[in-house]
Design a protein around this ligand. Structure first.
Ligand code: GLN
Length: 512
């Protein structure tokens, strides 16, 4: 299987290495003893050496630790002690606490912070045998859509380094698509798993709120944050979701619902999606997403994907999500209010960064926060505090909460008519580095198709659906609460019929 793939990829003029495999393929190779986990990890480390100087996906590479963990995995495999991710190198967004490994959230204010514990997701990945290869770059505190808000330098898109990889899980998208790790964790508060997945040609699933534990993930906006992963394929998503999902006593907002065997149910395919014949699956197309502002090519590629589903026997129906136009403003009131509250803990006392220049406690706050937070965090603290203050609360925060209910009702109504919704992930292809950085409003608008999903708390899966000028385009499949199984099945069906997800970026430094 692995050898056959190597031949296929040579045709595409990309020399296939172990690090270019999907998780499912790598596990196959490991189990057949075609290569060891140590070799697999070395292949990722070599790729990091070759390309990360240009891409800047990693803040920390845990080379020694990864090689030790890989050796341990090889020993376990030799003893036939198998685990679902045994020996698979995974990158961790720097928003996740990792025991003994510096965790910065992409911000200077947390530089030097070494957590004494692992986030639940990290612990579950490690318990499943995954090898932690490093910590990934991101927009500071996950504020952003482009990766340009990091205090550790911008991350570049492996598909074209003049372009952004999408944010805020910018390092995660860039690392997985360029083979520096086989999967990476991300967080999606408004878009941050799906947008980098779309811009880097990956599968990225924003789970139902509460499906995956937030424990140990540095908080952005607690009522919206959804941890998850970016992977090369839908199959890999299904494998990992089973491992990371489920109730966590350390996060009281996690759901107790049973976690299905997502991978197993993929194989059932479209014939029996949800126990019904595939042709009974109705896909809704929201008319509000195809209005002014959408790039022609994005519209065309989404249309082609819709036609492909129709050919496969899925029923297509136009639907309406009438409050979509309020999505961005509602999201930015609620998100920023929560951000302003969650960032209050960085006060110069609790964490390392501390500017003790003045005499008073107020000086300590002002100096530390003034010097260590970036512009975007400050902007959000000011706007969020304003929206929450007496006299404005009713006009902004309260009103936004009401709108959130209306947005949620839109989805509830739509799911009475259709099983899932298909829509573009971004109105435009990836944009150029620097193009939107001075215009926060323009930047916020790149999430226009994504944030309503977070307001409603429902799941949404980004999968690749084509290219514009060699830059990837993604679409999202949105479903009702806890419909991850269905979304993965429908996404997998598409990936069996198409090859977009198989394409690899041509990175200049690899050709030399
Ligand atoms: N781009 C959005 C924001 O900046 C979403 C970020 C996220 O999902 N973490 O708020």
């Amino acid at each position: 299987m692995v050898l056959r793939l190597i031949r296929v990829y040579r045709v595409q003029e990309v020399t296939m290495q172990h690090c270019d495999l999907t998780i499912i393929e790598a596990l196959d190779g490991l189990n057949k003893r075609e290569f060891t986990s140590k070799e697999l990890v070395q292949s990722c480390l070599q790729r990091i050496d070759q390309v990360d100087g240009e891409i800047n996906a990693f803040i920390t590479v845990t080379k020694e630790l990864a090689l030790d963990q890989a050796e341990e995995a090889d020993k376990l495999r030799a003893q036939v002690k198998n685990l679902p991710l045994l020996g698979i190198p995974v990158g961790i967004k720097d928003l996740y606490c990792t025991k003994g490994i510096e965790t910065t959230a992409g911000s200077n204010i947390l530089k030097g912070f070494i957590p004494p514990y692992d986030a639940t997701v990290v612990k579950r990945l490690k318990d499943a045998g995954a090898v932690i290869i490093g910590k990934l770059n991101q927009d500071a505190f996950a504020h952003g859509s482009s990766g340009e808000n990091s205090d550790f330098g911008i991350t570049r898109n492996p598909w074209n380094q003049d372009y952004v990889p999408g944010g805020s899980s910018s390092g995660s998208g860039a690392a997985v698509s360029s083979g520096m790790c086989l999967a990476a964790t991300g967080t999606d508060t408004g878009s941050s798993i799906r947008l980098p997945a779309a811009f880097c040609n990956l599968a990225g699933l924003k789970n139902t709120y509460g499906r995956v534990s937030r424990y140990g993930v540095i908080a952005m906006a607690s009522s919206l944050d959804c941890p998850g992963v970016l992977t090369k394929t839908v199959e890999d998503q299904a494998l990992i979701l089973k491992i990371i999902a489920g109730h966590d006593p350390l996060d009281s907002t996690t759901l107790a619902n049973e976690v299905p065997n997502y991978l197993k149910s993929l194989r059932v395919g479209r014939r029996t999606v949800s126990g019904r014949p595939g042709k009974d699956i109705k896909i809704g197309i929201p008319q509000e997403f195809f209005v002014e502002g959408i790039h022609d090519k994005v519209r065309e590629l989404t249309q082609q994907a819709i036609e492909r589903y129709e050919k496969m026997g899925f029923a297509i129906e136009e639907i309406s999500l009438p409050h979509t136009k309020y999505g961005i403003s509602t999201y930015y009131i609620l998100c920023l209010s929560e951000v302003s509250s969650n960032l209050a803990r960085y006060d110069g006392i609790r964490y390392l960064a501390s500017m003790r220049k003045g005499d008073t406690i107020e000086d300590l706050y002002l100096d530390t926060r003034g010097q260590c937070f970036g512009d975007e965090a400050k902007r959000r603290i000011m706007l969020g505090t304003y929206a929450l203050s007496a006299g404005y609360y009713e006009a902004y925060y309260d009103k936004a909460q009401r709108l959130r209910t209306l947005v949620k009702n839109d989805f509830n109504e739509a799911f009475k008519k259709v099983d899932i919704i298909l829509a573009p992930s971004s109105p435009t292809p990836p944009f150029k580095i620097g193009e939107k950085v001075d215009n926060p409003l323009q930047m916020y608008l790149s999430d226009i198709y994504l944030v309503t999903v977070n307001l409603a708390g429902v799941p949404s899966l980004n999968i690749p659906c084509g290219f514009v000028n060699k830059l990837p385009i993604g679409m999202q499949l949105i479903g009702p609460q806890l419909s991850e199984e269905l979304l993965l099945q429908v996404g997998y069906t598409y990936q069996q019929e198409t090859n977009w997800h198989r394409k690899k970026p041509e990175i200049a430094s690899l050709a030399n």
